[in-house]
Design a binder for this molecule. Structure first.
Ligand SMILES: NC(=O)c1ccc[n+]([C@@H]2O[C@H](COP(=O)([O-])OP(=O)(O)OC[C@H]3O[C@@H](n4cnc5c(N)ncnc54)[C@H](O)[C@@H]3O)[C@@H](O)[C@H]2O)c1
Length: 248
């Protein structure tokens, strides 16, 4: 199998999981971060896209996407973006889309910590509504004291949810990019004292069928990042090499 040379933006938790998951297919790996993180790859002190790099993978944060995405496209490389929250900045997104029009590059946005995007994509305009119901322990929503009963603490549009719950911005924006119409998305946040981990439910209604997916994500070594987010990024990169492609 041909090996993939990659530049990782961010050398933290997700980068580490990627190196483990993709060790069978990675060749030369560089990483750019504010500081050396001990990642087993060649450290770049300042951002550049080395000549021998095939793809660039962002696993750093929203600001990193805003800082470097355009340069990656101008360098003619494909870019994988896990911090999809960057695409909530519409002017930035439009600039990237304009750049892509005259470019050989592609941007890949993996599903990250949310599933069911394959269903949403296949259904396309047949989707009439999508609910994302996020059930969280009250303490993770900032409540110090909370009664014993669960309560809806937010219900509304995805744009408002992005502002009020920045810790879920990547999931919300990835969903919005998949559905393409915020009017068809309803976000509900429930504070539930009976649970210890977040439970997210995605409900999709369409003329072709109705779907309900429950997510009980386990954290990765970085407790703010679900394991699934890193694994989904690895699987998205792996797909690049497949000649027998299943699902999606
Ligand atoms: N799409 C999803 O569902 C999803 C889920 C979880 C996390 N994420 C995204 O993944 C990102 C990385 O997660 P992680 O667990 O690896 O975090 P982490 O904190 O373990 O690692 C991030 C690394 O990136 C570096 N970094 C941050 N900003 C940078 C910049 N502007 N330029 C260069 N390096 C920079 C940090 O120094 C750190 O070493 C998160 O910030 C989040 O935006 C997305």
């Amino acid at each position: 199998m041909e090996k993939l040379n990659a530049l990782l933006i961010g050398g933290g938790n997700i980068a580490r999981i990627l190196l483990e998951e993709l060790c069978h297919m990675l060749g030369k790996v560089y990483y750019f971060d504010f500081r050396k993180t001990g990642l087993e790859a060649e450290y770049l002190e300042s951002f550049e896209v080395p000549e021998d790099v095939d793809v660039v993978v962002e696993c750093a944060g929203i600001e990193a996407v805003k800082q470097h995405a355009l340069e990656v496209l101008k360098a003619g490389r494909d870019l994988y973006v896990i911090s999809s929250g960057a695409f909530a900045y519409t002017e930035f997104l439009e600039r990237l889309l304009r750049e892509l029009e005259n470019s050989e590059s592609k941007i890949f946005v993996p599903s990250g910590a949310i599933g069911g995007l394959d269903i949403i994509r296949a259904l396309g305009k047949r989707v009439s509504g999508v609910d994302l119901i996020m059930r969280k322990p009250p303490v993770s929503l900032g409540y110090k004291e909370f009664g014993s009963q669960q309560r809806v603490v937010f219900e509304g549009r995805v744009e408002e949810a992005i502002e009020k719950f920045p810790q879920n911005v990547n999931v919300a924006v990835t969903l919005l990019l998949a559905v393409r119409d915020s009017k068809r998305i309803n976000i509900r946040v429930i504070a539930d004292p009976s649970i210890e981990r977040n439970i997210h439910e995605l409900v999709v209604r369409s003329s072709a069928g109705d779907y309900r997916i429950t997510h009980e994500n386990r954290p990765s070594p970085n407790p703010r990042t679900s394991y699934l987010a890193a694994l989904s990024l690895a699987s998205c990169i792996e797909k690049r090499f497949e000649r027998f492609v299943v699902g999606g």
